[in-house]
Design a protein around this ligand. Structure first.
Ligand code: FES
Length: 283
C-alpha cells in the first residue's frame, strides 16, 4: 500500500475526528434541513449534484493565479490578485453545497469528509492571507501563501476524489441497476393499495409499487442517494420520502423534490392485466 493510501486509511479510522464532526454535522443538518434549502444546495433542481461542479471554480481560479505568479511577471500581478479573490468568493457556495452533502454521511465517510473540510478551510485561509498580502503590495509573499493554500486545497481535493471514487459517496445507486425492458409480472393487483408502499422484484431489481390518486405507480426501490429502501419510507403529498435522509421523489416520474438526492429515481411503466400488475423499465 502506498504512503498516501495509508494516510487515507488512517483518516478513515481516526475516531477523534468524530469529536469535531458530530457537533458540526448536527448544526449543518439543522441549517440545511428545510426542504427548499436542501433542494437548492443538493442540486435536486438541476438533476445533478452541485458541489462537484462548483469545486472547479476556486481550484481553477487559484491554479491560474499561481500560474500567473510564476510565469506572468509584474504586469500580471493585478490579474492574479483578482483570481485569488474570485477563488475566495466562489469557495463560499462551494463550501455550502459540500457541507450540506457531508451532513448526510456517517462513519468513515464522515471522517474523510471532515478531513476534506479542514483541508479546504486551511486552503481558503491561506488564500485570504495571500489576498491581503497582495493588497499591501507584498506580491511575493502573496504568491508563496497562495502556493501553500493550493497544497491544502489539492490534498482536500484528493480526499474528495477518494470519497466519490473509492467510497462511492455521491454515486447514484441506480447506476448499475439492471432494469428489464420486458413486461414482468410482479404482484396481484389487489395487493397494491392507495397510499401504501410495497416492495417487489422485477427480474432481481427491487421495485416499489403504490396506487396514487387511483393510478398504479412504480419506482426503483433502492434510493439513488445512498441505497435506502423506499418501500420503508412514507408518502407525503405527491412524493415518496426516503427513510434514511429524507430525499423526496415525485411518485409519477421519480424527480427529486428534496435533496440530498440530486438524480432522478428510476421510474417504471406499470399496467394491470387480468388481476396482475406488470412493470417494465420506463427508459
Ligand atoms: S438513502 Fe439518502 S435519501 Fe435515500
Amino acid at each position: 500500500m502506498f504512503g498516501i493510501s495509508r494516510v487515507v486509511k488512517r483518516i478513515e479510522e481516526e475516531k477523534s475526528l468524530d469529536q469535531i464532526s458530530e457537533p458540526v454535522s448536527k448544526v449543518v443538518s439543522k441549517l440545511t434541513d428545510p426542504d427548499a434549502i436542501k433542494y437548492l444546495l443538493s442540486g435536486s433542481w438541476l438533476g445533478h449534484q452541485l458541489h462537484p461542479m462548483l469545486t472547479d471554480l476556486p481550484i481553477g481560479a487559484w491554479m491560474m493565479a499561481s500560474t500567473l505568479d510564476m510565469t506572468g511577471g509584474k504586469k500580471m500581478q493585478p490579474a492574479s490578485q483578482r483570481l485569488v479573490a474570485l477563488g475566495i468568493l466562489s469557495s463560499i457556495p462551494t463550501a455550502m453545497t459540500g457541507a450540506s452533502d457531508w451532513a448526510d454521511s456517517y462513519g468513515k465517510e464522515r471522517r474523510v469528509g471532515m478531513a476534506h473540510i479542514l483541508g479546504n478551510v486551511w486552503g481558503t485561509a491561506f488564500q485570504t492571507l495571500s489576498w491581503v498580502a497582495r493588497k499591501n503590495d507584498r506580491h511575493k509573499l502573496g504568491a508563496g501563501l497562495s502556493l501553500l493554500g493550493l497544497g491544502f486545497t489539492g490534498s482536500a481535493a484528493y480526499l474528495g476524489g477518494h470519497l466519490t471514487l473509492d467510497m462511492g459517496v455521491g454515486v447514484s445507486h441506480a447506476a448499475f441497476e439492471q432494469r428489464t425492458k420486458k413486461w414482468t409480472d410482479v404482484a396481484a393487483e389487489e395487493d397494491v393499495q392507495e397510499g401504501q408502499l410495497i416492495r417487489v422484484t422485477a427480474n432481481k431489481t427491487p421495485v416499489v409499487l403504490t396506487r396514487h390518486k387511483g393510478e398504479l405507480r412504480a419506482l426503483s426501490a433502492t434510493c439513488v442517494h445512498a441505497g435506502g429502501p423506499l418501500d420503508k419510507g412514507r408518502i407525503e403529498g405527491d412524493c415518496i420520502v426516503c427513510p434514511w435522509h429524507h430525499s423526496k421523489f415525485r411518485i409519477s416520474d421519480g424527480s427529486p423534490m428534496r435533496g440530498p438526492a440530486a438524480a432522478n429515481q428510476p421510474s417504471w411503466e406499470i399496467r394491470a392485466q387480468e388481476g396482475r400488475v406488470l412493470v417494465k423499465a420506463a427508459n
